[in-house]
Design a protein around this ligand. Structure first.
Ligand code: GLU
Ligand code: ZN
Length: 304
């Protein structure tokens, strides 16, 4: 597999915290179709860097679900659990630039900050205590980081005010999602990220880290998140139903409909490959709703 510098490279990056559900399908499908429509590659990355929240058994289920839904990826699968040497190297690089520091703050201290770190440990010297590693935001980042999202439009975040110096490696030694994701998007040559709206507010942090590491910026497109009747994101915690492989065609039809692609009713019972062929030809990213969340079809609708 080789990608020249102008080629579109997209990706789907599930965490093995559970099987795929309707909300994961719309993200997978949107990134797949957008890559195909642009003659791009669609890569698969398993984000297995947080073992306490994951179970390796879900990896096989996810791969199986993708295959049954006709979502075949290009090239080898990248497993983040095998990438720690690269994360450590990037962390060293940031350390050399004096952009990291050790943070020994307790949960009790962090709690009341509601996610915006106050920079307390910036001034401390090296420590042998267990510590997280944080990124030192530069003065210039007082300026707001803008992301021109291809679906959601202009999105801005002031990292100082809204996030603070964020974690690159946790106190338990695990690398943060932000760091791993930026390094692997670069490693895999990703040019456009299509994923769920819940990660829109990570994009400015990722763009900022890309700059620190001298990586090129990516394009972003965030699709709405699928929510249940109570307005909660479909997830394992909200007991979202796992995608049923035997219902793959109707799952795909529903996902296309949900993504605003207006699949014809005549395709309702079409086989997977026919649906995907139609969808690849007709995909229009701009038809995806720019609302943050949309209710998912109820599971009984899936049965024909
Ligand atoms: N692993 C993340 C998730 O499953 C997605 C990360 C990304 O697409 O950047 O929510
Ligand atoms: Zn601290």
């Amino acid at each position: 597999m080789s990608a020249d510098s102008t080629q579109y490279v997209g990706r789907f990056a599930p965490s093995p915290s559970g099987p795929l559900h309707f909300g994961s399908l719309v993200c997978a499908l949107a990134s797949f179709l957008d890559a195909k429509k642009n003659n791009g590659l669609w890569l698969l990355r398993i984000e297995d860097i947080d073992p306490p929240r994951e179970d390796p058994k879900h990896v096989d289920t996810i791969l199986n679900q993708l295959e049954h839904h006709g979502l075949h990826w290009n090239g080898p699968i990248l497993f983040q659990s095998q990438r720690t040497t690269s994360y450590a190297r990037a962390l060293d690089e940031l350390h050399r630039q004096h952009l990291t520091y050790a943070c020994t703050c307790s949960r009790k201290r962090l709690g009341p900050m509601s996610g915006v770190y106050d920079g307390h440990c910036r001034a401390r010297t090296a420590t042998s205590e267990p510590h997280a590693v944080r990124l030192t935001l530069a003065k210039s980042s007082e300026q707001t980081i803008a992301v021109d999202d291809l679906i959601m439009g202009d999105y801005r975040q002031n990292l100082h005010r809204e996030v603070g110096d964020f974690v690159l490696r946790r106190k338990d030694g695990l690398y943060s999602y932000q760091l791993a994701s930026v390094i692997d998007d670069q490693f895999q040559g990703i040019t456009r990220v299509v994923r769920g709206y819940d990660l829109l507010n990570s994009s400015p942090r990722q763009r900022y880290l890309q700059r620190c590491l001298n990586y090129p910026s990516l394009e972003y497109a965030h699709v709405p998140i699928a929510v249940d009747q109570k307005g909660h994101k479909l997830s394992k915690q909200t007991k979202a139903q796992a995608l049923k492989n035997r219902l793959a065609p109707i799952n795909l039809w529903n996902a296309l409909d949900w993504l605003g692609q207006k699949p014809p009713k005549t395709l309702l019972k079409a086989p997977v490959m026919q649906l995907l062929e139609w969808a690849m030809r007709h995909w229009v990213l701009q038809q995806v709703s720019n609302r943050p969340a949309r209710p998912a079809q109820q599971d009984h609708d899936y049965e024909l």
